[in-house]
Design a binder for this molecule. Structure first.
Ligand code: NAP
Length: 415
C-alpha cells in the first residue's frame, strides 16, 4: 500500500521511558482519529479547546502538531473496502506514541473485531484508565458527587474479554464439552455456550504495578484491588494475590497494606506510603456509592473494571463527561468513552465533554499539567454558569442549552 500519511513538519516524538513516565518536547506530533458518527463534531470542538488551553497555559512556547490518521468509516473512504484499521494508522501511533481518538463504529458481522479492542491488543495497551471526578454544577444522581475523585485502572487485555468462547451446538463446543465433562469431571449441560476467563500473573502484576506507580507519582493515598475472588478463586482471587505480591516486590517501603495498619483498636498512620487494600466487587459497588471518599486509585480485572467505570461515571454526570485512556509501556491512546451516537451525527448537538476531558488526561500524561488545569477550569466554569449541551441541560434547572461547538467556545472563554 502506498504511504498516504504525511506527518506535520516541525514536530517531534514524545520520549517514552515506560508507561506513565514520558517526556514531551515542546512541539509533539500527536496523531488523532476523528471517529465516526458524532466524532467529527466532538473532535472539532475538542481541538478548539486543546489549542486554546495550550496557548493560554504556555503562551506560544508549546504547541501540539496534530496529525490526522484514519480508522473506521473515514479509513474505508480513503483506503477502500474492509480497511477499517490500516497498518499505517497503527504504525503512526507506534511511532508517535501518544494519540487521541473519537468513537468508532463497531462493524457488525463479517468477522470484524471491535476496532477499539483491536487497537488495544495490537498496541498492547494494557491499562484502561478512567479518571472520575465531579465538576461543580454537573447534574448527578447522588447527594455528594464532590466526594468522588478516583482513577480506575482496568486490565485491558484478558479476562472474559479475551474473546475465547464457543457457540452451543458447534463441533468446537462439542470438543471442549467432551474434554471438560469427560476428562475434567465437570457437569456442564450439553446445550451450553462456553467461554474461557484467563487471568495471568504477568498481566495482573503489570496492571497493578502501573496503578501503584501512578498513585506514588500523583500523591494519591491508596490503591484498592477489586475482585470476585471469593467465588472465582484462581482467576479473580489470583488477581488479588498477585496485586499484593507486586506491591511487596516492586514497592517495598512505598506501600503498606490496610491489614498492617489496623492494630486492634488502633489505626497506624501510613505516612507517605500508599495503602494497598482490596474489596470484593459486589461490596465495592455499594462502597463507591456510600463512601466514595475512601477510594482513590482502583485496580480491577477487565469485566468488573468495565462495569465499575460506567457506574462511577454515572455518579459524576454520565458518560458524556467521562474521560478515558488506554495505556501501554510504549504507546497510549486517549478516547471518548461513549459511542458514535449516529442519530446525532453532524447536528453539532452532543456533549464534547468526554473527549475534551480525555485530552486533559492526555496533557497530564505528557506532563503538561497547566494545560490540563486550564481545561478543567474552563469546563467547570462553563457548567457552573449553566451553559451546557442538551444532555446536561435536560437535567438542570435554568440552564442555557447550547450546541457542541458553542459549549467548546464557552469553555475557551473561561480558560
Ligand atoms: P452511544 O453511541 O454511546 O450512544 C448512546 C446514547 O448515549 C446516545 O443516544 C445519547 O443518549 C448518549 N450519548 C452518547 N454520546 C453522547 C454525547 N457525546 N453527548 C451526549 N449524549 C451522548 O452508544 P450506542 O448507540 O450503543 O453505540 C453506537 C455505536 O458506537 C456502535 O457502533 C458501538 O459499537 C459504538 N461504540 C464505540 C465506542 C468507542 O469507540 N469507544 C464505545 C461504545 C460504542 P440520548 O439519545 O439519550 O441523548
Amino acid at each position: 500500500m502506498a504511504d498516504r500519511l504525511t506527518p506535520p513538519a516541525g514536530g517531534s516524538a514524545i520520549d517514552y521511558e515506560r508507561a506513565f513516565r514520558v517526556r514531551s518536547p515542546d512541539r509533539p506530533v500527536i496523531p488523532y482519529i476523528e471517529g465516526d458518527g458524532i466524532g467529527p463534531d466532538i473532535w472539532a470542538a475538542a481541538r478548539r479547546v486543546f489549542d486554546a488551553a495550550v496557548a493560554a497555559a504556555y503562551g506560544g512556547r508549546r504547541e501540539v502538531q496534530w496529525f490526522e490518521v484514519f480508522a473506521g468509516e473515514k479509513a474505508i473512504a480513503r483506503y477502500g473496502a474492509g480497511m477499517y484499521l490500516p497498518d499505517e494508522t497503527l504504525a503512526a501511533i507506534r511511532d508517535w506514541r501518544v494519540a487521541i481518538k473519537g468513537p468508532l463504529t463497531t462493524p457488525v458481522g463479517g468477522g470484524f473485531r471491535s476496532l477499539n479492542v483491536t487497537l488495544r491488543q495490537e498496541l498492547d495497551l494494557y491499562c484502561c484508565i478512567r479518571p472520575c471526578r465531579w465538576y461543580e454544577g454537573t447534574p448527578s444522581p447522588v447527594r455528594h458527587p464532590e466526594k468522588v475523585d478516583v482513577v480506575i485502572f482496568r486490565e485491558n487485555t484478558e479476562d472474559v474479554y479475551a474473546g475465547i468462547e464457543w457457540k452451543e451446538g458447534t463441533p468446537e463446543q462439542g470438543k471442549v464439552l467432551a474434554f471438560l465433562n469427560g476428562e475434567m469431571g465437570t457437569r456442564i449441560p450439553a446445550d451450553s455456550g462456553i467461554g474461557i476467563k484467563p487471568i495471568s500473573e504477568r498481566n495482573t502484576k503489570r496492571l497493578v504495578a502501573a496503578a501503584i506507580q501512578y498513585a506514588l507519582d500523583k500523591g494519591r493515598r491508596s490503591v484498592t484491588i477489586v475482585h470476585k475472588g471469593n467465588i472465582m478463586k484462581y482467576t479473580e482471587g489470583a488477581f488479588r494475590e498477585w496485586g499484593y505480591e507486586v506491591a511487596a516486590e516492586k514497592f517495598p517501603g512505598h506501600t503498606i497494606t490496610e491489614a498492617h495498619l489496623s492494630q486492634g483498636d488502633r489505626q497506624l498512620d501510613p505516612g507517605e506510603r500508599v495503602v494497598i487494600k482490596d474489596r470484593i466487587a459486589d461490596a465495592m459497588f455499594q462502597q463507591i456509592l456510600l463512601r466514595p471518599d475512601e477510594y482513590d486509585v482502583i485496580a480491577l480485572p477487565n469485566l468488573n473494571g468495565d462495569y465499575l467505570s460506567d457506574a462511577v461515571a454515572a455518579q459524576v454526570g454520565g458518560l458524556g463527561m467521562a474521560p478515558g485512556g488506554n495505556i501501554g509501556d510504549t504507546a497510549a491512546v486517549f478516547e471518548a468513552t461513549h459511542g458514535t451516537a449516529p442519530k446525532y451525527a453532524g447536528l453539532d448537538k452532543v456533549n464534547p465533554g468526554s473527549l475534551i476531558l480525555s485530552g486533559a488526561a492526555m496533557f497530564e500524561y505528557i506532563g503538561w499539567d497547566d494545560a490540563k488545569s486550564a481545561i478543567q477550569r474552563g469546563m467547570e466554569s462553563a457548567i457552573r454558569d449553566k451553559i451546557v449541551t442538551y444532555d446536561l441541560a435536560r437535567q438542570m434547572d435554568g440552564a442555557t442549552e447550547v450546541s457542541c461547538s458553542a459549549f467548546a467556545e464557552a469553555i475557551v472563554q473561561r480558560l
